[in-house]
Design a binder for this molecule. Sequence first.
Ligand SMILES: [Zn+2]
Length: 306
Amino acid sequence: MKSLALACLLASSLYITPSEAKTKAVASFSILGNLVAEIGGNRIEVTTIVGPGADAHVYEPKPTDAQAMAKADVVFVNGLGFEGFQERLIEASGFKKHLVVASRGITALETSNPQDTHNADDHSHEHDHGVIDPHAWHDIGNAKTYIANIADGLCKEDADGCDTFKSNAQDYVARLDQLDSEIKIALSSIPADQRIVITSHDAFAYLGRAYNIRFLAPEGASTESEASAKDVVSIIRQIRTEKARALFVENIADPRLLEQIASETALQIGGELFSDALSSESGPAPTYLDLMRHNTTLLAKAMVGS
Ligand SMILES: [Zn+2]
């Protein structure tokens, strides 16, 4: 009995000590959670608020989220207005420690989607005069800024780990560069007039700017306001006049609107893009690198198609 008690004590102290020493990080959504985990490695514990497949624009925080925030040493958010729930959650949790805005320093795009500017009479007042587009992670150049901000944020929490974080960041940036070259090669043979596709919400402007692809969407840069009948008519007209190549459903959005547009325009659905969240572990986009590879491979296939 004695040795069993001792073994339990040893096992529990072995179990508890390293986890207590780890920096407790919270990330607001799954894509950011993956980036934070890549840089923090085994020196941190990451909790993600909005998980794989979920929509951060309309997320309602749960009591467990406030508990995770209350225990956190450092919280990472995208910023640019992406996390509508952020202020409420910070208030509910009493979190007063270190908040890192991962997009700090990037050049933000304003959404040019008319759906964001003609909803003046509905509840989305922030859409009246053009909106900052929060989906900056879809540009690999911006992802490098996210990585630098994450490494800086972790260094402030854990000075002993700073060399590790910086070296992890350097390795990760090399993988981003490699992926960027792969994507450029995959898209290089696609003529300019074939680089037009439709998605359900306007989430891919940064990807479009980086790789010269035009994305049209019936819904604006936030999923908060639904596409109106007028939006749908206007996108169908655009599909016909601008000869869009394919429609893509999104992992965080109801596919029915896109299916309806597909049937009215005889345009094919090119697959499912991962816009604002990762897939589950067993899906095609469990990490940021997988997500970017998956999305751009699907896009290239649809735009090449005859
Ligand atoms: Zn979005």
